[in-house]
Design a protein around this ligand. Sequence first.
Ligand code: KMT
Ligand code: NI
Length: 239
Amino acid sequence: MSSEESKEVTVEKKEEEEATTSSSSSNKKAKMSVPEAADKDWPEAWMLPTEVSDQCATNKQSPNVPVDVAALRKLGISYWKMDAEKFSYPVKEVPWDPKDAQDPKLKALRDDRGYSYADIITVHPDHLPGFDDKIKAFFEEHIHDAEEIRYILGGSGYFDVRNTQDEWIRIHVKKGDLMTLPEGIYHRFTCDCEKLCHAMRLFKGQPVWTPFNRPECDEHPSRKKYVTDFMATAEEKKE
Ligand code: KMT
Ligand code: NI
């Protein structure tokens, strides 16, 4: 079974099913995890050149060096395709209250993964106070001590992540993309040339957005955890 298929199976263990003696179907209801998107639906990703002069430009190498979904998964990235067309969202709401539960897939994903907090912001000169400074801060290479979860409701942008060779991968996120970056991964964000990114930020528990910039964060426990969880295994798999 491919890793993609295995992600789509129910998470309830067989033993738990066997332990259910009652024939009542409600007792047997399996807890479903919301399946990640098929590889073909993931955002486009490519290698950046070592030097980038305009952070908002695509900055593809010539010829382009695409990065496949397997490589993104290995770095600990997850991705769900959402229906952002069907539901309406405010330009800004901090925190966001999903009135009548709204999108059932989003609700299921939040319940499933414990994303109890959500807010909505719009990265645009007219909607984000201190746009220029914020954009600079987003583009500083950093980590967080928690997962970074972003659902793009409109517009687009680039998340750059470091691969195990410490090279930059650029991921082009657009409307309908819900992507998670694992705790401790080196990353940065920038708008693309459209300079508009309407996004929901999700979090488990009380949100902490503090970035820890490189290189000061090299010894941070979250960085060490990331290295153990994702870089060591990637090295081992190469052997
Ligand atoms: C981040 O972490 O860089 C951001 O929150 C950017 C705005 S959300 C797309
Ligand atoms: Ni970040």
